[in-house]
Structure formats: C-alpha cells, structure tokens
Write a protein that binds this ligand. Structure first.
Ligand SMILES: *Cc1c(COP(=O)(O)O)cnc(C)c1O
Length: 430
C-alpha cells in the first residue's frame, strides 16, 4: 500500500444520483429523433443524406471543424452515440468519449499522448498488452508504479488501476496524482472496478479517467464498450476534441447496437451498482468473519448493514477450504493507513468484485463446478454473478485465486451457493 496522503476534499460529490442526473443532458440527436418515444429509437444507418439546399453543400475540408449537419457518416458520429456520450459525460463528471471496448480506448489514449514513460500499476493484463503494442512503434518504456517522480518526465503517464483487477483492493489516487503532477506527468485512472456512483477519480486528482464499459456500464454481459473521460476545463476540452478527431481515423467506435444497449443499461446503473456493491461487501464480511480469530471486523461502508454472525457450522465449512479474502472493504482492518484516504475515495461503498484465495490451486480449480448461481466465466460487472479461476486468464496470477463478480441476485442466495460448494469441496478433499 502506498503511504497515506490526505485526500483532497471532493469538489463534485460522488453520488448515486444516476437516475436524476441522467434526465438532463441535452440530447444532440433530437433533431432527427423528435418523437414521443420513451425509449430512444435504434439508428443503424452508416450514412446520412446531405442537405437538400445546394448552398449548404460545403466539403468537409472547408468546414473548419464546424459540422453543417449533425450526422454524416457513422464512423464519425451517430445519433445514439451522441446521446450516450452526453449521458456518460454527466455520469463521469467530464467530457466522455466512447470506444469499441476498453482496450481500444487505452490504445487511443496512448496514441494521442505519446508518453515516453508509463508507470504501470499491477492489474488487468490487457493494459500491459496495449503498451507492448505501442512499443512496436515507439520507444515507450514501461516502468513500475513505484518509479519516483524524479525519474518521470513531463508528458509521461502514471497508469493507475483502482480498484485492482482481480482482487478488488484499492490504491490511493491522491497519492499518485501528487507524484505525477510533481513531474509534470499525467495520472490516468482505470476506474472499471468502481463505476460512476462508487468513485470519481477527478475528485482525487486524476487527469484522465477510463472505464471498460463492457463491465458495469453495459452491465448485462452482452456488449463491449470503452470510455475515456477528460475534465471539463480548457485543457480537457482540447484533449477531447483532438481525441475525437483521432478516433475517426482509428475507427474504434462502438457499434450502433452497442450504443443503444448501453443507453438502455445506464437507466439502471445506479440500482445495479448500489446493490452489487452492498452484496459484495456483505459476502466479504461474512467470509472474513468466518476466517478471523479476533473477530476484528471491517466497519461497514455507506449504508451496507452488518451481516449476521456466522454459525459455527459455517465457520468450520469456510475454514476447511478458504485461505483469505481480498477486498477494499478489508483494507481498513488490515492496514490502518488506508482508513483516511479510502473512504474519501470511495464514499458510497466498494467494488462489487472481490478475490478469494483457496487453500490449494486444486480447490480453486474445482470450486466453480460446485456452484449453481455463480457462472464460471471471465469478465465482470453483469447482473449475473460470475466467478473465475483466474489462472485461466492470467498466467502471472496466484494459482489458488478466484475472482468473484457479484451480480444482483439476493445476497443470501449467493452466500448459500458458496457455502454449499465449500461444503462439497471440503468433503471431497478429506
Ligand atoms: C475488462 C477490463 C479492461 C479491458 O476492457 P475491454 O472492454 O475488455 O477491452 C481494462 N481494464 C480493466 C480493469 C478491465 O477489467
């Protein structure tokens, strides 16, 4: 864990105000969707008729960035996309730009900023893959997150993933913002594990915020998306404008169906994420209580009520197979230096993802087959609970680690599913 730095006071409240915020953004698609439909229409067209009036036929090159009509070709822009980006801009507190998926978004950011050094936090292996692709074209160096500011240069990037994949533990955004800024570098936060409502990285000093929209923004395991948000200030608006121009060249735009699906999903973002976060915290508290001898308990965040005390039977079953549980909600118990910055960084609750280390790799390989509610699959953030023996996706990771993505099912049912599977596993391994 990094040393604690006092987090700056939030300038924009991180609230779960998704449903109310969402009603307001001006919908730029209105000129062609001026209907009384409650759900927006789906627009699949790739091209749009030019104006009837010959005087309005101005070649793109002479327009000096001024579109004479809102939509021309869907690689540039499309009605559902502008509506989605307006809504995402409100939710993510800045100027949001969408991409075909999270890694395409990262690729675009690194193409635009061309940093010489990137200090990369541990986390999603694909982000490292994007930087390695850039190394084929540039002299970019990938340096550890612990690199001191004296070894960073202006224009470099600290790439901080928090909460971290796959354990759901957090790193201090304010701490790394301070290091980046003292070198003239930028802080990029991959906030995928803490969607809007749980964390606003700009409050803690981030310059660029990224989300894999495939996870919580989409929320139903049926679409890919990536989002980059820049601050709504002069510098951020300039970056956003230039990134948009480059996106048209890169072509990594969301598909029309995905744009519409994501609009559909945002309507329930608040409901889903609040419930998923609360259930994850309850499951983690239950598991942690079963495992800890001293009954030292994490203080519940936000409104999460305390879980019932585990029975002796539950304690025996859990202890037979589980070694440890990893989650931001436990960081305050295990590392007191986190108690200041972490609640300021995540005031409404923690990630709906947590890590579970079993006693042996063999137990971790077998657990998913004994579960019925949890599906054994990669990815996260959907309404259905998923669990993954992480060694299947990430070669570097501990072999006894499972990643748990909590869905919207009743938490007591999820607890029962886990308990039943632990029991079968324990009996089989005796
Ligand atoms: C999934 C994920 C990504 C990549 O996003 P895609 O939409 O799959 O391209 C990046 N970062 C984190 C933390 C992720 O979980």
């Amino acid at each position: 864990m990094p040393p604690s730095g006092d987090s700056p006071a939030p300038t924009t409240a991180v609230t779960f105000g998704v449903n109310t915020d969402q009603q307001h953004p001006a919908t730029r698609d209105q000129s062609i969707t001026n209907t009384r439909e409650v759900a927006p229409p789906i627009h699949l067209t790739t091209t749009f008729e030019y104006a009837q009036d010959p005087d309005l036929l101005i070649p793109a090159i002479d327009r000096q960035g001024q579109p004479v009509q809102p939509f021309v070709y869907s690689r540039e822009s499309a009605p559902n996309l502008t509506r989605l980006e307006d809504e995402l801009s409100v939710l993510t507190h800045g100027k949001a730009i969408t991409y075909a998926n999270g890694l395409a978004a990262l690729f675009a950011v690194y193409t635009y900023f061309k940093p010489r050094n990137v200090a990369l936090s541990p986390g999603y292996h694909g982000s490292l893959g994007v930087l390695q692709l850039h190394q084929k074209l540039t002299s970019l160096s990938i340096v550890p997150l612990s690199t001191p500011s004296s070894s960073l240069q202006p224009g470099d990037i600290i790439h901080l993933e928090t909460p971290v994949n796959p354990t759901g533990e957090s790193l201090s955004i304010a701490h790394y913002a301070q290091i980046a800024h003292s070198a003239g570098a930028y802080l990029l936060v991959d906030s995928t594990f803490a969607p809007p409502g749980l964390q606003n990285p700009f409050d803690q000093g981030a310059d660029i915020v990224m989300h894999s929209g495939t996870k919580y923004l989409g929320g139903h395991s049926d679409m890919l998306a990536g989002v980059i948000t820049l601050k709504d200030d002069e510098r951020g608006r300039k970056w956003a404008k230039e990134l948009l121009t480059e996106r048209t060249i890169l072509g990594s735009i969301m598909g029309s169906m995905e744009q519409w699906l994501c609009l559909r999903s945002l309507k329930t973002l608040e409901l889903r994420v609040a419930r998923q976060s609360e259930s994850a915290e309850k499951l983690v508290r239950w598991l942690y209580t079963c495992l800890s001898d001293d009954n030292k308990l994490p203080t519940a965040s936000g409104t999460a009520p305390t879980a019932n005390k585990p029975t002796q039977r539950e304690i025996d079953i859990v202890r037979r197979v589980v070694k440890t549980v990893h989650h931001s909600s436990l960081q305050g118990v295990l590392d007191p230096s986190t108690t200041k910055w972490l609640p300021a960084q995540m005031p409404n609750g923690y990630s709906p993802v947590f890590g579970l280390s079993l006693k042996t790799p063999d137990l971790a390989r077998h657990l998913p087959s004994h579960l019925t509610l949890f599906k054994h699959a990669t990815s996260l953030g959907g309404v259905e609970s998923l669990i993954e023996w992480r060694a299947l996706s990430d070669k570097q990771i501990e072999q006894n680690l499972l990643r748990v993505s909590v869905g919207v099912e009743k938490w007591e049912l999820l607890k029962g599913d886990l308990l039943g599977a632990f029991e079968k596993l324990g009996a089989a391994s005796v």
